[in-house]
Design a protein around this ligand. Structure first.
Ligand SMILES: Cc1ncc(C[n+]2csc(CCOP(=O)(O)OP(=O)(O)O)c2C)c(N)n1
Ligand SMILES: [Mg+2]
Length: 337
């Protein structure tokens, strides 16, 4: 933690708060896992267990006015940005009290008043949207920046390269945060790409970039502090590659036959929460205080599930509202025959 304390250290109370944020994401997704296993989550649920330090370390530097875009693995990012856990859970289990009135679900969380302009299940689909929001901020002369979280697999999509090229050309205020967990679904990075480091993709485009240990909260915090400050200053886009590991399967229910027991044990040993706990213990924070922070997060999320469940189910008659098509087209396709 020393290096961080020397440069922009937010102080012990803030580190404890951020440790609590790691726990809030872990506890939130623990609830999602239980709900999904019980069949209460329509569609797939992808957990970010093991990757929480990226969400917390980056979002610590964002305000509500900054735009955030995320992927199919986005619960942690949205929570760390400050969205309401109850409304998120209600969305995930299809309640009308959800962030999107239950129309979007786990992979399509949107909370515009909080700057969460969207999650998407289309791998790489969030990248040009983030550049668009950055372009809008630039055109309006606003200080806000745009941040997009995506996986290493998304860099195989052409749209990643198109977006980076234009972002550098137009010097857009966009921060690309790649969570490099070494897998795209069930395929390891070695099996699907000849380019090991995602950071290397920045060089030919002349984009500033850094790679950081994504399981080390203070390291991510410091790297993101530099990256966001640079993007805010008008110096153009930035790529922050966070090396991390997903401790769970690709989705809830993935038996992970493609990973050895040894690999899973090694990944579990790198848990970002345990790591931060050791750091804080080293700074003489009492074990009891840290345990209480985790327990409070678990209680908060259990209550959030109860609150979410109390909401009315999304009304199927509303399914075609808030879409681009005119309501008349949705009412009765057979009319006029
Ligand atoms: C355009 C598109 N192609 C394929 C898929 C199927 N798919 C869902 S997740 C995924 C892997 C994504 O890997 P990565 O970007 O590394 O994210 P991670 O799941 O590791 O967080 C794929 C190929 C999709 N959703 N969208
Ligand atoms: Mg990946």
């Amino acid at each position: 933690m020393r290096a961080v304390i020397d440069t922009g250290d937010p102080g012990l109370e803030e580190w404890k708060r951020l440790f609590g944020q790691l726990w809030r994401i872990r506890a939130f997704e623990g609830q999602v896992q239980t709900l999904a296993a019980a069949g209460e989550v329509p569609g797939f649920a992808h957990l970010s267990t093991g990757q929480e330090a990226v969400a917390v370390g980056v979002c610590a530097h964002l305000g509500r006015e900054d735009a955030l875009f995320t992927s199919h693995r986005g619960h942690g990012h949205v929570l760390a940005k400050g969205s309401d856990a109850r409304a998120m859970l209600a969305e995930i289990i299809g309640r009308s009290t959800g962030l999107c009135q239950g129309h979007g679900g786990s992979m399509h969380l949107v909370d515009a008043p909080n700057g969460v302009l969207g999650a998407t299940g289309v791998v790489g689909g969030n990248l040009p949207l983030a550049a668009g929001a950055a372009w809008a901020a630039q055109a309006r002369g606003k200080a806000a920046i745009s941040v997009v979280f995506f996986g290493d697999g998304a860099t195989g999509a052409g749209i990643f390269h198109e977006t980076v090229n234009l972002s550098v050309l137009w010097q857009l205020p966009v921060l690309f945060v790649c969570e490099n967990n070494g897998y795209a679904e069930f395929t390891s990075r070695e099996e699907h790409s000849t380019v090991g480091s995602v950071r290397a993709f920045a060089d030919p485009y002349g984009m500033a970039a850094a790679t950081v240990d994504g399981n080390d909260l203070p390291a991510v915090f410091e790297a993101a502090r530099e990256a966001t400050a640079r993007v805010r200053s008008g110096a153009g886009p930035y790529l922050l590659e966070c090396m991390t590991h997903r401790m769970a399967g690709h989705y809830v229910g993935d038996a992970q036959h493609y990973r050895s027991r040894e690999e899973l044990a090694a990944v579990t040993a790198k848990c970002p929460i345990e790591r931060m706990k050791r750091r804080l213990l080293g700074l003489a924070v009492a074990r009891e205080e840290l345990d209480a922070i985790g327990e409070a997060a678990i209680r908060e999320m259990a209550q959030a599930v109860a609150d979410a469940r109390a909401g009315a189910p999304a009304d199927p008659r509303m399914a075609l509202c808030h879409v681009y098509g005119a309501p008349a087209l949705q009412a009765n396709p057979g009319a006029g025959e």
